[in-house]
Design a protein around this ligand. Sequence first.
Ligand code: APR
Length: 239
Amino acid sequence: MTSNVAGAHGEQAPVPGPVPVPEEILAVARAARRVVVLSGAGMSDESGVPTFRDAHTGLWERFDADALVTRDAWEEDPELVWGWHWWLARLVRRTGPHPGHLALADWGRRVSLDVVTQNVDDLHERAGSEVLAHLHGNLFGFSCHDCGAPHELTVEPLGEDEQVPARIAPVDAMLAADLCLVVGTSGIVQPAGSLPDIARGHGVTVVEINPNDTVLSWGVDHIWRETAGRALPALVAAL
Ligand code: APR
C-alpha cells in the first residue's frame, strides 16, 4: 500500500511520481455520500506550518508548551503567550493551502464533506472548505473566553476541554458520516482523539492518512502511509 521508503529520522520519505491510490480506500471514497475529515497538524505540514510532536521538527520538541499555550501561562505571562500566537499567526499568513487542502475543498463541492480540525490555522478555509469546528480554537478569531466579547485569543489553552456545545457538532458529524478520514494527527490529544472511535463504533468506515504510525492506527479500517499533500489530490482525482 505504501509508496514510501524510510527517511533520515525513520519518517516516510515520498517517492517521486504518481501516487498509487489503494483500491480499498478508493472504493470506500467513491461510495461515500457523507464524509467527515478530522485533521491535525500534519495536514498543514506541507504548507510549511510545523507540527507539534514530530521528532526534531515538532514545535513541542523545540518550545515549552506549558509556558506558551496553557491557561497558567496566559495568567503568568500574557505578553509571552500573545507573542507566541502572533509569531504562529504571521507564519501561517506567509503560507498557503497545499494541493491536499484544495482537493478536500474540491471533494466538498461534490459530496457532503465536514471538516473538523484541531488546527488553529485557516488553511482549510483559504482552500475553500467550510470548517465545521476548530476544536482547539482559531488564531484569527478573538473573543472573551467567558462572555464572548472580542478581546482575547480564541485558541483553546492546552489541557482545557472545549466548551460542551463545540463538542456536539463534531460528534454529530462523526455519527452522520459514512466515511471518516483521519489526516495528519497523532491522536494524542483528547477529546479530539476519541472522535474516530466514536465514528467507527457507529459503523462508519475510518481511514487514516499519515506517513507514520499513531495511537489511532490499531483502531481504523484502512491505513495509508502517505502525506496529506500527496494522498488527498491523488484520491480525489481518482474518484
Ligand atoms: N501529512 C500527513 N500527516 C503528517 C504529515 C504530512 N505531511 N507530516 C506529519 N504528519 C503526521 C505525523 O506523523 C503525526 O502523526 O501528523 C501528526 C502530527 O501530530 P501532532 O504534532 O501531535 O499534531 P496533532 O495531532 O494535530 O496535535 C494535537 O496538540 O499541541 C496540541 O493543540 C495542539 O491541536 C494540537 C494538538
